[in-house]
Design a protein around this ligand. Structure first.
Ligand code: ADP
Ligand code: MG
Length: 244
């Protein structure tokens, strides 16, 4: 049984009167790939953002690598460095080359020597299949290529866990596959991942576990194949019928 990487207990989050996360219990073990699914507005992004403290919980517990994180006293930037995040939109720096984009955070946040950061960035670009694009500016890349740069950039900080928030939702259909393939490779290398996605094929093939959210609650979780073929809750069944 591998170790718990991140865990939340009775997590609650509201925006004003809107109660978005309701007593969420979830844990992710080392090397596990958890796919988070659910309709738009169900709270998936908010949950993901609470996992790297882009949003701060109202109450409940967040335990990172065995240690409960107190958001008032912990250095949250230190923790964020260990949690890579990839968004639907890529937010690459437009005035920097691909290589510079990947080197930026290690050099300026972690103070990694430039030569070392460059070497590491080149390796990562090779890994995501973009070695020839290192001197190109983001505007010259396709959406799929930009997203692969964004993945390389997140990996450059050597995170312990990677969070993906609908990484392929903004892509033209023909570009989705190359990004999912990159993510699958990462999963096979043992990266711990939480992936918000509507790609049920990816969840089935790569996910170790699927978590279905509805209206701020976790309705059901289980092994992808089991849950997709035999959901226990009527709500889950209705959702899956609408997307599968
Ligand atoms: P999902 O990712 O599943 O679509 P979100 O977590 O983005 O859901 O949003 C859940 C609910 O919280 C939605 O009703 C959304 O409008 C609301 N919400 C999200 N972020 C904020 C915010 N910063 N301020 C106010 N409301 C928000
Ligand atoms: Mg979302």
């Amino acid at each position: 049984m591998s170790q718990e990487m991140i865990k939340v207990e009775k997590l609650n989050k509201s925006f004003g009167d809107l109660h978005v996360l309701k007593d969420i219990d979830m844990s992710v073990r080392e090397s596990e790939v958890v796919c988070l699914i659910g309709a738009s507005g169900s709270g998936k992004s908010t949950l993901l953002r609470c996992l790297n403290f882009l949003e701060l919980k109202d109450n409940g517990k967040v335990v990172f690598e065995g240690e409960e994180v107190n958001q008032d006293t912990h250095d949250l930037n230190k923790i964020r460095q260990k949690v890579g995040m990839v968004f639907q939109h890529f937010y690459l720096f437009p005035h920097m080359t691909v290589l510079e984009n990947v080197m930026e955070a290690p050099v300026h946040v972690k103070r990694v020597p430039k030569a070392e950061a460059r070497k590491n960035a080149k390796e990562l670009l090779k890994k995501v299949g973009l070695a020839e694009k290192e001197d190109v500016y983001p505007s010259k890349l396709s959406g799929g290529q930009k997203q692969r740069v964004a993945i390389a950039r997140a990996l450059a900080m050597k995170p312990d866990i990677m969070l993906f928030d609908e990484p392929t939702s903004a892509l033209d259909p023909e570009l989705v596959g190359e990004v999912l393939a990159t993510m699958k490779e990462l999963a096979l290398e043992g990266m711990t991942m939480v992936v918000v996605t509507h790609e049920m094929g990816f969840a089935r093939e790569v996910g170790d576990r699927v978590v279905y959210m509805h209206d701020g609650k976790i309705v059901e979780e289980g092994y992808p194949k089991e849950m997709f073929t035999n959901p226990k809750q009527q709500r889950t069944k209705e959702f899956l019928d609408s997307v599968l």
